[in-house]
Design a protein around this ligand. Structure first.
Ligand SMILES: Cc1cc2nc3c(=O)[nH]c(=O)nc-3n(C[C@H](O)[C@H](O)[C@H](O)COP(=O)(O)OP(=O)(O)OC[C@H]3O[C@@H](n4cnc5c(N)ncnc54)[C@H](O)[C@@H]3O)c2cc1C
Length: 344
């Protein structure tokens, strides 16, 4: 078995920073929960603030993680069991029996099965070459921000985690979440802004002033706060797509390369870990018989667990976007439904 990546170490990157309960359970099932970094205590209670109301929610164990450190830790464990090749894959050809890869460093490799987990978001020339296309939905977009903060008086925050939800109809902002990662407190802000929106620059330049404007009463709730460290405000734009024409011999596409995810839904790791879970059930069976024909590959894309998590991730994204973009239609539909069901 071989693991190929263009980088030896996963570079610093703004990706998933919180592990939800279902994701922690899958990592635990793989025997890898202790590979998350940092190995911090779980969050069990979230303070929430919505429409001027403060309430607390008990949650299954959640963990703040550094995505980069976690991936690198997982990779160092994997390297004890696989051959690792550090190079960009620049070409590939596939068939029902043998797959062929060309690496940027000139090496060529053969395999029975390829698993493409290249992270998506940009059009991938390898998938494109095989005729796979991103079927995008322009209205489904998200723009996320992240930075570290601390209380201005140097005291610790008196919450384990804090979520402040907005009505996305007002400013196309979904919510902010604050949670510990190691010794720092991280803030993630999830919006549906276009990357060229004027508000993006203001948020990067003066995040505390902007948060104060969009989230009334935030600093009364959590205490006066300041950004920490010299790290700039990180941001990441995404748009919904799913890859088409994926049912092909010899190759499976997983994670964000197969279907993008809105960070606001917190479903990205559920998707990629479910893909891994489903594949680890199927691959040993596939290898028992000759060939890697399309009927084997279809079992992955048509697996109920995979379809359920992909469809949930999309539905939650649509729900967020519908609320922000078509508030009148949505509330009309909701009222109609409520009438039909005899409630409200
Ligand atoms: C800002 C942000 C916040 C998020 N927050 C959350 C959250 O709170 N909870 C959650 O569940 N999800 C969250 N997500 C989603 C989650 O991060 C992703 O779903 C997940 O990281 C996808 O993992 P992946 O393995 O598909 O891709 P990646 O982790 O991006 O891995 C892709 C890998 O492919 C390699 N690669 C690419 N092309 C080549 C090539 N040609 N040759 C060799 N190697 C190549 C790259 O080097 C990289 O190592 C967030 C995403 C973003 C952007």
């Amino acid at each position: 078995m071989a693991l190929l990546d263009r980088n030896t170490s996963y570079p610093p990157s703004f990706r998933a920073e919180k592990l939800e309960q279902d994701q922690a359970e899958l990592l635990s099932k793989f025997g890898l929960l202790d590979a998350r970094q940092p190995l911090a205590s779980p969050i069990h209670r979230v303070d929430c603030y919505r429409k001027g109301q403060h309430y607390q929610q008990d949650v299954g164990p959640q963990y703040g993680i550094h995505y980069t450190d976690t991936v690198n830790q997982l990779r160092s464990l994997a390297r004890q069991h696989v051959d690792f090749f550090q190079s960009r894959v620049i070409d590939l050809s596939t068939s029902g029996t043998q797959q062929h890869l060309v690496l940027e460093n000139g090496q060529q490799l053969q395999a029975r099965l390829l698993v493409l987990a290249t992270g998506g978001n940009v059009i991938n020339p390898l998938a494109f070459k095989l005729g796979m296309r991103q079927q995008a939905t322009r209205e489904l977009r998200s723009l996320s921000f992240a930075f570290d903060i601390c209380r201005a008086d140097g005291q610790p925050y008196d919450f384990q985690s804090f979520n402040y939800f907005l009505d996305p109809r007002e400013h196309q902002i979904d919510y902010i979440t604050l949670f510990p990662i190691g010794d720092s407190v991280r803030i993630n802000l999830f919006t549906q802004w276009h990357p060229k929106d004027m508000r993006v620059r203001a948020m990067r330049r003066n995040p505390m002033r902007e948060l104060d404007e969009y989230f009334p009463g935030l600093f009364e709730q959590i205490g006066d706060s300041v950004p920490t460290g010299s790290d700039k405000v990180a941001l990441f734009p995404t748009q919904y797509y799913q890859l088409s024409k994926v049912e092909q011999p010899g190759i499976v596409v997983i994670g964000d390369e197969f279907q993008s995810v809105s960070p606001a839904t917190g479903k990205g790791l559920s998707k990629v870990l479910t893909d891994v879970d489903v594949l680890s059930g199927l691959i040993p069976q596939w290898l028992e018989t000759d060939g890697m024909t399309v009927d084997k590959i279809q079992q992955f894309y048509r697996h109920p667990d995979k379809q359920a998590v992909d469809s949930l991730a999309k539905r939650e994204w649509v729900y967020l976007a519908d609320n922000a973009l078509h508030p009148e239609i949505i509330s009309k539909v909701k009222r109609k439904l409520a009438k039909l069901m005899g409630v409200g």
